[in-house]
Write a protein that binds this ligand. Structure first.
Ligand code: HSE
Length: 436
């Protein structure tokens, strides 16, 4: 049987999973493809990472240049991570006409345009299924399965760490910091969880999905990001009373004749929405196509096995293209809509949950309602709790649910509200979506 030679650079958790699963299912994959995936090199400068992997010692090297410089290695898997050496590896491999497979969301979100241009320039290709939602084949779905569609709406839970934390806060009534500490102990959150909990990881994935779906590089810096650090147990409880669950969502709306908005933030969604039942480390992405209608993808967004499943699917594509002599059969990214516009967060329209902390005295609701009315913002419902929030004992919580309004208008109204003497703490603002 014909074979394709592969060099893996970066033998960490995912790299180890790729080696294990490629070895374990090697015959099955070869039978399905009619070409064998031959792992010719496994490279990591840290020998403790490659020790014990189920490959002959002759396959292992600490020298990335040896792998990149091997003319018989056709595909490079980059699993180094980060935006430094990983970028050098990818650009070097592409410049030699090799096909690249990567899981590197940060690199693509920040430098995707340059990297895809390099692939095109050197008549080669780059695959990145594992960069978004681990084992869920969302890239292939958007690129191929849904090729007939415009995508007016894509949204979902794309970060397992945040979903794990919010799920446990919701189920167990615990505070953010306590659940984060436990998640770190159990290995569900990184020692430095910043990228996950501040929303950066979700924004990387949203940027890649938006760019692929809409045919132009939307750019990481144009993705609006809010993380989950400010989501309190109290807001989770109030949201529950009102019929909502709080999830960190990536939301991509617009396209076709409309500007495209790309945002990541905590969101109140109705309990009845299927995403409200996606708990723990699981990811789920909903895609609405103008032809296919509503679809939903669910699975593990991280971990050695789930992510290596995606890496191996990319290897399969690269191998089939090689077998049939058509390296660019399905281009990794096609910039088909270069004149598209982005919608800034100021112009985004949403519904809102506002939690005010107010002095319990007459006329407070009227004062707040006046500010909202002057801004042309319509109130959907008001809830006042008799008992104070535990963390603000001398005041009471006052919750306003707003009808759809522009983000800039709501933020400016909240600034005015927070200047009223009756307001005792900064108002909490969380967007509300039902995706009907
Ligand atoms: N840290 C990510 C998560 C996985 O928690 O989902 C890699 O993007």
């Amino acid at each position: 049987m014909k074979q394709i030679n592969i060099g893996l650079i970066g033998a960490g958790i995912v790299g180890g999973g790729v080696v294990k699963n490629l070895t374990r299912n090697s015959d099955l994959i070869a039978e399905r493809l009619g070409i064998r995936l031959n792992l010719k090199w496994v490279c990591d400068k840290d020998e403790s990472k490659t020790k014990g992997l189920p490959v002959p010692a002759s396959v292992i090297t600490p020298d990335a240049q040896r792998v990149l410089g091997d003319p018989d290695t056709h595909v490079i898997i980059e699993l180094v991570g980060g935006t430094g050496f990983a970028k050098t590896v990818i650009l070097d491999a592409l410049s030699r006409g090799k096909v690249v497979v990567t899981a590197n969301k940060a690199l693509l979100a920040h430098h995707g345009e340059e990297i895809f241009a390099a692939a095109t320039k050197h008549n080669t290709n780059i695959f990145y299924e594992a960069s978004v939602c681990g084992g869920i084949p969302i890239i292939k779905a958007l690129r191929e399965g849904f090729v007939a569609n415009h995508f007016p709406l894509i949204y979902g839970i794309v970060n397992g760490t945040c979903n794990y934390i919010l799920s446990r806060m919701t189920a167990e009534g615990k505070d953010f910091n306590d659940v984060l500490a436990e998640a770190q102990k159990l290995g569900y959150a990184e020692a430095d969880p910043t990228l996950d909990i501040e929303g950066g990881d979700s924004a990387h994935k949203a940027t890649i999905l938006a760019s692929l779906a809409h045919g132009f590089w939307t750019g990481y810096d144009n993705t609006y990001v809010e993380g989950i650090k400010h989501v309190s147990q109290f807001d989770i409880q109030i949201a529950r009373e009102l019929g909502y669950t709080i999830k960190l969502l990536a939301i991509i709306k617009g396209g076709d004749a409309q500007p495209v908005e790309v945002r990541v933030h905590p969101t109140l969604i109705p309990h009845s929405h299927v995403l409200a039942s996606v708990n723990g480390v699981f990811n789920a992405v909903a895609v609405r196509g103008d032809v296919v209608g509503d679809t939903m993808f669910y699975g593990r967004g991280a971990g050695a096995d789930a992510t290596s499943s995606a890496v191996i699917s990319d290897l399969a594509d690269a191998a089939l293209n090689y077998k049939f002599g058509s390296i660019q059969r399905v281009p990794a990214f096609v910039a088909h809509r270069l004149n598209a516009r982005l919608r800034t967060i100021d112009e985004v329209e949403s519904r809102y949950y506002l939690r005010l902390t107010v002095a319990d005295e007459s006329g407070v609701i009227a004062k707040v309602a006046t500010v909202l009315a002057e801004a042309g913002i319509s109130i959907a419902s008001v809830l006042q709790r008799e008992a104070p929030e535990p963390k603000a004992p001398n005041s009471v919580p006052l919750i306003f649910m707003l009808h759809t309004a522009k983000d800039a208008a709501v933020r400016s109204a909240v600034e005015k509200i927070d200047r009223l003497p009756v307001i005792k703490q900064k108002t909490v603002v969380i967007r509300v979506e039902s995706f009907e």
